[in-house]
Design a binder for this molecule. Structure first.
Ligand code: BGC
Length: 548
């Protein structure tokens, strides 16, 4: 790792839902003390940063993304002292911890909203109120399955209020300077408590202006710049990851000049194209989106992922692509939600280890910092009988014992999975015992990724490929280079590859899976003639022989 302040370029993140991870006090809900008990597991995965889903008090109608007090911890999760203990435990193990910062909206239970709907002094303008629900008509609805408008009527105030998500999540009014300064105060509170940064939820929607789609407005960028400067003043180099689910050209401005807005942003549109490429057996969708991804300031970084706690979002695809994705991955209506697919990684791959490995091989070699979602490392399934996104948020499966080693309670916040991915069949203890498990494989993958400087912070190129099924990536840095080849087809592929950028160098096949006969790990070949012989969904990574 380097010490240039962008340590997160070499990092791997782990997204962890506290309610689901480990229940230390036996009430059926995961808690912060439970996470503390499992910090060694997380460290041993090889990840560097934990992203904790919202922790604050909330009526939990959107799993904590509906905050009712920004300065506390939900009683199910414990106390601020428990969080301090977790931060100490994590830091002692070299792990950083970021939390969700939900700035755009609060719960309608929040005292601010209760005061605002009663026009109480000082709070009357804290939310976006209107007599006219036809304002901002150019703004899309995000939760299309549950909301038909971004306006809801409030009988107490006798006006409509604006909300981009559920109707119980009114948007704060960022035109009000007190709202802006209060949110900076919230940021200060958590940084002073010791968190290492934030995942900034839903930031494109902070302001509204007539005649626009109310996304990515100049006023939003101005506030985010203020926030970045404020954070730098308290915790220089804090980890700030913006959730901007937009096309690359609209996302780019959130990096600012490289130092004055977001250092890290999710690359949303690349994600569905990895899945589409897999379904089509062709690297074309990956090439398409990477060619449309502009260069970003060298000090900044994309963050890439395969799955997360939400539906697999299909907002950044065309209608035809969405129809194709639904046909391949969500044939039953119960699998769909809003504009997306509410399934976990392993079931999306039909529990096929080869496809799971291939997607991770792509994830770890794409430009950017990768995020893993809890449970995917052991191939957990989902529960489609649960509503909304709850089916991908079920208890972590530690053992095949009672409560899956998650909880000693009779009843847990959500049922344990049943069927083929029940704890009896899929659990951490079994994965630990089996040297060939996905868990062991993933630990190796992470260790290898982290040992290759070119992957985190190198220059990325998607090379031309003699076979459209093969995605060929080249990452180079001053001291390192990695060529990775990914076979998206369900049949073997054999080609000889030339990498002119590394001409004259011998490359060693350092890592791979589903290698065909005749090519084996450790073999060395010139960069002008790399023998690629991959089985269905196979992958191979080479790096210069001289730095083994
Ligand atoms: C979060 C969702 C949440 C929404 C509203 C999203 O971006 O990822 O889980 O429902 O914001 O806060």
């Amino acid at each position: 790792m380097t010490t240039d302040g962008s340590w997160w370029k070499d990092a791997v993140l782990y997204e962890l839902y506290v309610r689901a991870f480990r229940d230390a006090d036996g009430d059926g809900h995961g808690d912060l003390r439970g996470v503390c008990e499992r910090l060694d597991y997380v460290r041993d995965l090889g990840v560097d940063v934990l992203w904790l889903l919202p922790l604050s008090p909330s009526p939990l109608r959107d799993d904590g993304y509906d905050v009712s007090d920004y300065y506390g911890i939900h009683p199910d999760y414990g106390t601020l002292d428990d969080l301090r203990a977790l931060l100490d435990g994590a830091h002692a193990r070299g792990l950083k911890v970021i939390t969700d910062l939900v700035m755009n909206h609060t719960s309608s239970d929040h005292p601010w909203f209760q005061a605002s709907r009663r026009r109480q002094e000082g709070k009357a303008d804290w939310y976006v109120w209107s007599d006219d629900p036809s304002r901002y008509a150019g703004t899309r609805v995000i939760f299309t399955d549950s909301e038909s408008s971004n306006w809801s009527w409030d009988a107490v105030r006798g006006q409509y209020y604006w909300h981009r998500f559920f109707h119980h999540q009114p948007d704060l009014n960022y035109d009000n300077p007190e709202v802006r300064s209060t949110m900076l105060d919230v940021v200060r509170f958590w940084l002073e408590l010791g968190v290492d940064g934030f995942r900034l939820d839903a930031i494109p929607y902070l302001f509204q202006r007539e005649g626009t789609n109310c996304e990515n407005l100049p006023e939003t960028h101005a506030f985010l710049k203020e926030l970045r400067a404020f954070v730098e003043g308290i915790e220089p180099g804090a980890f700030l990851l913006g959730e901007v689910n937009q096309w690359p050209e609209d996302t780019l401005p959130y990096f600012g000049d490289g130092f004055d807005e977001m250092p890290l942003l999710f690359h949303f549109p690349v994600m569905p194209r990895l899945w589409k490429a897999l379904a089509e057996g062709s690297a074309a969708p990956i090439r398409w989106i990477l060619e449309r991804t502009p260069a970003i300031p060298p000090s900044c970084q994309w963050v890439v992922f395969l799955r997360n706690h939400d539906e697999l979002t299909l907002e950044m695809v065309t209608d035809a692509e969405r129809a194709f994705m639904y046909a391949c991955y969500a044939p039953e209506p119960v699998m769909r939600l809003n504009v997306g697919i509410r399934r976990r990684l392993a079931p999306l791959c039909d529990f096929d280890r080869a496809r799971v490995e291939l997607l991770h091989s792509l994830l770890m070699t794409l430009p950017g910092t990768p995020i893993l979602y809890y449970g995917d490392e052991i191939g957990m399934g989902d529960d489609l009988t649960l509503p909304d996104r709850n089916g991908v948020r079920t208890p972590m499966q530690w053992t095949d014992g009672p409560g899956a080693g998650f909880s000693s309670a009779q009843q847990t916040y959500a049922p344990l999975l049943t069927g083929p991915s029940a704890p009896a069949n899929v659990n951490v203890a079994a994965a630990e015992r089996d040297q060939g498990s996905l868990l062991h494989w993933l630990r190796r993958l992470i260790a290898i990724r982290k040992g290759r400087e070119a992957l985190g912070r190198g220059t990325f190129t998607m090379l031309p490929s003699p076979d459209p099924a093969l995605a060929v990536f080249l990452s180079t840095s001053e001291r390192d280079a990695v060529v990775s080849v990914h076979n998206l087809a369900g049949e073997p592929r054999r080609v000889t590859l030339s990498v002119p950028a590394l001409a004259g160098r011998d490359l060693r096949l350092g890592f791979g899976g589903r290698l065909e006969d005749g090519v084996c790990l450790g073999s060395v070949a010139p960069a002008e003639a790399l023998p690629v012989a991959l089985g269905a969904h196979g992958y191979a990574w080479w790096w210069p022989e001289d730095d083994a």
